[in-house]
Every structure is written in structure tokens, then in C-alpha cells.
Write a protein that binds this ligand. Sequence first.
Ligand SMILES: [Zn+2]
Length: 490
Amino acid sequence: MTMTSVSLKDYHPFPPLQEQYPVEFMEKRKVIKLHTRKDGSIIIGLGIPDDELLKEELQDFHHSQCEFVKIDNDELAAYLSKELSRQNEHEYNTKDSTSVIQLDKLANDAPIVNLVNNLFIEAIRSNASDIHIEGSSDTTTVRYRIDGMLSYVSKLPSGQFPAISSRIKIMANLNIMERRLPQDGRISLHLGGIDLDMRISIVPIAGGESIVLRLFNEKDTLTSLDQLGFSKKDLSTLKELYSLNNGLILFTGPTGSGKTTSLNAIIRKLDAVSSKIITIEDPVENRIPGVSQIQTNEEIGLSFHSLLRRVLRQDPNIIMIGEIRDSETAQLAVRAALTGHLVLSSLHTNDAVSTINRLRNMGTEPYLLGAVLKGAVAQRLVRKLCPECKKIRYPSPGEKKLFKEHGIESGKIYEASGCSVCGNKGYKGRTAVYEIMTVDLKLEKMIADNAQADIISDHLKKTGRINIISSGLRKVVDGETSLAELERVL
Ligand SMILES: [Zn+2]
């Protein structure tokens, strides 16, 4: 069947910009939306009339009658170059698989571009770690995760969701026509002097899509160890640990406890000039100058352990493994630590002592573990009380007793209130509560002798070294957080 040939001139003006396909898509696939008829059917111009795949994709995308006509490629190119030069001031570049977009310069573009940019800007402004956008047939819901808690931002009219979703897919170089399969991507933005990296996950849900953007803000407030809330004394303990030439150091805690942030903060402190530092991460969150950062990719066989095997041939001094999840990784990590490398990693356990049992259960020989394990830090993130509105109160007799049990004198403590500074939440920012287990000769021997966990716990308690609850209670007495928040997290 031959296709009618038309001239673009016959269809001026084209549908408004927010209804048009994205310029990059039009250029790559040689396609333009020419006209939408009153009955909803669409006339689409094709530069490559026999691109059956494209026709299928468009049919699928529009859910309405599509009529395809042939257009002249040169005519389309001329129109697009005019359109692109207009958009050029936006500096929309594509580098590798990430788009570097000058967000602030995009401010005067189509309403959707504005809307999406504003969502990003507002997220950065409120220090959000994630943006959740869920679109269904009825509404588009936008929420931010701030200090670990999801909060509602706005409900947008349903008609806008496809455009918002497409806009985000374009920014992440994803297939905008795909709405039935999950997609993952990344966006890099430069915004008012801040480099912002976002990891994107899009999953189809009934009636729409769920889009989650994880923000990796270079200016993240929680990037250094002291900002994370470690005391001076504990900072020097940590320094002794990460200054070792070899051994294994672990950070533990549930998801969202800030393990990765701590690991990254330590890597930043290390001398990347005189030592070769390699990290294996899932995903690479923040890029660190001088450090070779490798992203895992299970789909193509790049798991933690397969990468670790290769990394060992790269003559590294320090290796950071995002997380030890299986026995293969555990054993490789121990072997690496035994053969003169400093290995930093994280484990999913509740406290520092449990790292010993977990690694034993993953098949690590006790005598090897005793030889390599130098320290374990268990941590949680608690929200900090807003300094503007926190309220004084006095602990109840029961609470006083709790403080006393942990050897802490409690006078007045504080609780959350709410004001305009903290968005009526009563909390602003987060700090770590933690325990640091350092392995001395006695403990090393206990681990090597396969001592029971409770015997090890008793030993540690006797030497008074570790207790995550005491660390939290101390922060309550110091007015940094509240008992209620501590209870929520621990
Ligand atoms: Zn406040």
C-alpha cells in the first residue's frame, strides 16, 4: 500500500508543543504529529514510511486511530533544526547514557518541562532523598521522602501524567513509548552550582506507572562523618580503623540506616593518590574524585563477587564492597583482607556483634574471621529535633530509670513541636546513633575460638564499649533528638 505524501506546510500550525513528540524522538525516528482531528484520530507524518515498528509503537502509545502519511525528510530536518536552535539555549546535551541539562536555563519552556523542573528544584530545596510520582487514570500523586519519612506534596490533574512520565523518560534516555515494562535509568543535572544525580525506577502499576527518583545530591547534608553525628572521640576511633593497611571493617544496620553514607564518607577521607581505591557499588551513588567506582549489574553477570574477583587483579590497596549479601562475596572479602587489602563493606544485621555470626553463617572460617575483622559499626539514623521549636519536658520516673540503666544523668529533655522552619514536622535533618565494636586481641581470640555470640556480647558489655541505645539516649539528653524518635527507630 502506498502512503500519501504531504508537505509539512499544509499542516501548519502543528499541535501545541506539549502535545508534540519530544524533539529528540522526532529527530531520531523521523516522525512528527501533524494534526489531531475532532474525533480524536491523529495524523502522523513519517520520514521512513516503512518503519513498521514505529507505527506499532505509536498505535500503542495513542490508543486512538492513527493515520500515517509520508513526509519529506529534508523538510522535517529543516523544521527540527529551527526548533532545536530555539531549544539550544537550553543546552540539552546527551553524554553517554546520562543527559546533562542546564535546568535553570530550561525555565521558560513548555509547561510540563517547567512542572518537572520545579518538582526537582523543590525536592532539592526541601532536602528530599526521593521523589515518588504515581500516575493512575484519576490523578498524579507526588510525594517527597524527607529525613526518611514520606510526605505528600501535591495532586496534579490526571491528564498531565503521560507528559510528566515522558519528560522524565527523555531526561533519562529511556524509551518513552514503553509503558508495559519496568525501566531503570539515571539523570545528571546541573542546577545553580549543585550537581545532582538521580537514579530512576519506573514500574507499571494498574492504570498507570510508579516513578521513583532517588536523589544523590553532591551537597547532601550528610556527607562527612562529623556531619553524620559521630562524636570527636568516636571519629578518632574510626580513623584508627580506616588507617589500617589491611583488614575488614563493616557497617551494619537495616536499609536506610545510612551505612552507605558512612562508607562513602570514609572513602572520601582516604588518600586516593597514594593508594588505589576501588569500590563496587549498587548503584554508584556519588562520584568520588580519584576513586575507581564500579557499578554492579546482575543482568550481565556483574555481581559483587564476580566483580570482586576481577578487582583483586587491579592491584588495589583499598576495596569498598557496597554490601556483602552472599557467602561467595563474604569469603572473597575475607580473603582480600587477609592478603593485604583494607576491605570496607556493609552487612544487613541489627547490631555490631551479629556481624560475627552472620559471617560465620556465610561460611567464613572462625580463625580467618578472627584474623581479618578489625571493627564493626552498627548505626541508625534518627531525625533531629528542630532547634527553633523543640519543647522542654522532664522525663517520667520510668524514663529516668532507663537513662540511669545506661549510666546517663537525665535532667530536662526535649520533644518535637512544629513551626514554619521545619514545615510543622518538629524535626529537621538527621543524625546517626551508633555503636562501634573494635576488635582487640582478646576479642580476636574469642572470634577465632568460635565463641558463642552471647559470650562475646557479655565481654563487650563488660568492657563498656558498645551500646547503640546509650548512644541514642545521650543524644536525647543533649537535646538533639527525642525519646519518641529513638523509640521509632530502635
Ligand atoms: Zn520547627
